[in-house]
Structures are given as structure tokens and as C-alpha cells.
Design a protein around this ligand. Structure first.
Ligand code: FES
Length: 319
């Protein structure tokens, strides 16, 4: 269970958005107050079946007192999205995390290209509207398997903005990102949220086109295996407290840190939500999360301690 601060919400509205997708509007329960949020943020739902799942906020940050998430019923659901689709009821109580943003817009970008794949439209829609509201230059590429499985089409159709749609069944193929992303100024900021193969293709396409500003948001566990040179055992020095801990084979770094009394926020335990991000002072991190970008991984400055490990014999954390 998380030690991060949670709040209680009322399930106010459940709405069919597209085939397999519903939106859930949450309002404060009792005297709970919802914190403001930035475009790109997500919240963690603490479901009554014990699972914790992260979902992006799709409504406007200018909304006060409501959070809206869009939830795809995952065909391989391990009990998260299936619970929401089958058992969540209007009027019920739900425990949430505070909003957290791992996918923030860069306010200085001269142009923005947003790419959404399927349910990845939820943070992208919020970000796109925010950019337009601020008078920023932005365009959207929205990909989905089919039109009937694409949420928010009506709302997007009402925006005065450039939106390119790619529906696989109509085009007869998955999107060719190299073609869609070509010929943009090098200082453009690119944002993508979608399924893992699309995010991987997006990152490698931006890299091969020489675009340095590529941002991604994963909404499913990346489940990256340990790298070949990951250490089974290593020592962890805690800079602030001066403690040294030993990670033995099979032990989870987050568990060891919590047992040692470290005050670390955590929620999903799957490398998705970003709450356990910890600053690293020294050591070679074996990143296995879905939060950090390639550039952030290469910087070797922070890690998700719930899933990541170490490739050196010694790791020094800012704890
Ligand atoms: S607890 Fe969610 S990323 Fe670590």
C-alpha cells in the first residue's frame, strides 16, 4: 500500500466515450479539496480490489473540483480496467493519489507536435487544448485502430486546430511515424502517449530525424527485464543518513529502503506512476521503468526504485 498522501473522491459520472473506453468524472468527497493540476498529469486510482492504477487527466487544468480520466478496457486486464468497467458505480467512493506530472509541456517550445495512440489521447487531448488556450503553436496526430475505438473525436472536431487522423482500418496499415513527423523545425517539442510499440517507434523516429526534444508518457508497465550487466547484489549508500544497505539477490530496492526507514513515496510499484523517483548521486543505474525518457536514462541522475536496479557494485542515493 502506498504511503503517499491520498484523497477521497466521489464517482460522479461514468460515460461511454468509444468502443471499450469510458470516462470517469471524479468530484471531491465530503470536505476533500482537489489540488490543481497541470496538463499531462495523472492520478493513481486505489481500487477496492487492492490494485493501484495510473490514469491521465483529460479535463482542463482550469477546471476546479473535478478530475476526469479516460479508461480503456484492457483485453489483458489484470483486474484494473476490468474492475472500473464492470464494477465501478456512480455514487461510490474512490481513493486517489494527488495529481503528479511526468509529462509536462515545455513552456518555451516554439512549436509542438503531439502524437496520440488509442487511449493515449487522454493526456494529449488535455495538453493540446492547453497549448491552444495559451495561444501556442501546436498540431496533433491522432492514431487509433478504428474510428469507433477513438475517444474525443467530437470534441477535437470542434477545435480550430490542425489535427491529422490515422485510423489503421481505413488506411490499411499502422502509422508511418517517420512520414508524419518529417520536416519539422529541429527545436520543435514532440510528445507521444500510446501503446509501447508506438512509443518505441516514436523515440527511435525522433532520434533518427535528429529531434532532441521528444517526450513520452507510458500508461502500462514497461516490464523491462534486467540488463545483462545488472548486478544481483550491490551496496546502497544513503547520502543523507550515512547508512549503507546491502541488496541481496531477489530483493527489491524499494522494499529494502522502506525497511531501513526511508521516507519514499510509492504507488504503482510497476515503474509507471513516477512517485518513487529518487535522485542518484553515484552508480550505474539499470533502468527498468516506463517513466524516464531515453535522454533522462542516459543522464543517470534519478531512478524508479520500485523496479530499477544497478549495474555497478555501489549505488549512492540522495536519501
Ligand atoms: S511506485 Fe510507481 S514508479 Fe515506482
Amino acid at each position: 500500500m502506498s504511503n503517499s498522501s491520498t484523497i477521497t473522491a466521489l464517482v460522479h459520472t461514468l460515460r461511454h466515450e468509444a468502443e471499450g473506453i469510458i470516462s470517469v468524472e471524479l468530484r471531491p468527497w465530503g470536505d476533500t479539496v482537489f489540488a490543481p493540476f497541470e496538463a499531462g498529469s495523472h492520478i493513481d486510482l486505489h481500487l477496492p480490489n487492492g490494485l493501484v492504477r495510473s490514469y491521465s487527466l483529460l479535463n482542463s487544468p482550469s477546471d476546479r473540483g473535478r478530475y476526469v480520466v479516460g479508461i480503456l478496457r484492457d483485453r489483458n486486464s489484470r483486474g484494473g480496467s476490468a474492475f472500473v468497467h464492470e464494477q465501478l458505480r456512480v455514487g461510490s467512493q474512490l481513493t486517489l493519489s494527488q495529481p503528479r506530472n511526468n509529462f509536462a509541456l515545455d513552456p518555451h517550445a516554439s512549436h509542438n507536435v503531439l502524437v496520440a495512440g488509442g487511449i493515449g489521447i487522454t493526456p494529449i487531448y488535455c495538453m493540446f487544448r492547453q497549448l491552444l488556450a495559451l495561444g501556442k503553436s501546436a498540431e496533433l496526430i491522432y492514431c487509433a485502430r478504428s474510428r469507433k475505438e477513438a475517444a474525443l473525436l467530437e470534441q477535437l472536431g470542434g477545435l480550430d486546430a490542425k489535427v491529422v487522423y490515422h485510423f489503421n482500418d481505413e488506411k490499411g496499415s499502422v502509422p508511418d511515424l517517420a512520414r508524419y513527423l518529417a520536416d519539422q523545425p529541429r527545436d520543435t517539442h514532440f510528445y507521444c502517449c500510446g501503446p509501447t510499440p508506438m512509443l518505441d517507434a516514436f523515440e527511435s523516429t525522433c532520434e533518427s530525424l535528429g529531434y532532441p526534444h521528444a517526450h513520452i508518457e507510458r500508461f502500462t508497465a514497461a516490464e523491462l527485464p534486467p540488463s545483462e550487466d545488472a548486478q544481483d547484489s550491490y551496496s546502497v549508500e544513503l547520502k543523507k543518513t550515512g547508512k549503507t544497505l546491502n541488496i541481496e539477490p531477489g530483493l527489491n530496492l524499494l522494499d529494502v529502503l522502506l525497511d531501513a526507514g526511508c521516507d519514499i513515496e510509492y504507488s504503482c510499484r510497476e515503474g509507471v506512476c513516477g512517485s518513487c523517483e529518487t535522485r542518484v548521486i553515484d552508480g550505474d543505474i539499470d533502468h527498468r521503468d516506463g517513466v524516464l525518457t531515453k535522454a533522462e536514462r542516459a543522464a543517470n541522475k534519478s531512478m524508479m526504485v520500485c523496479v530499477s536496479g544497478c549495474k555497478s557494485r555501489r549505488l549512492v542515493l540522495d536519501l
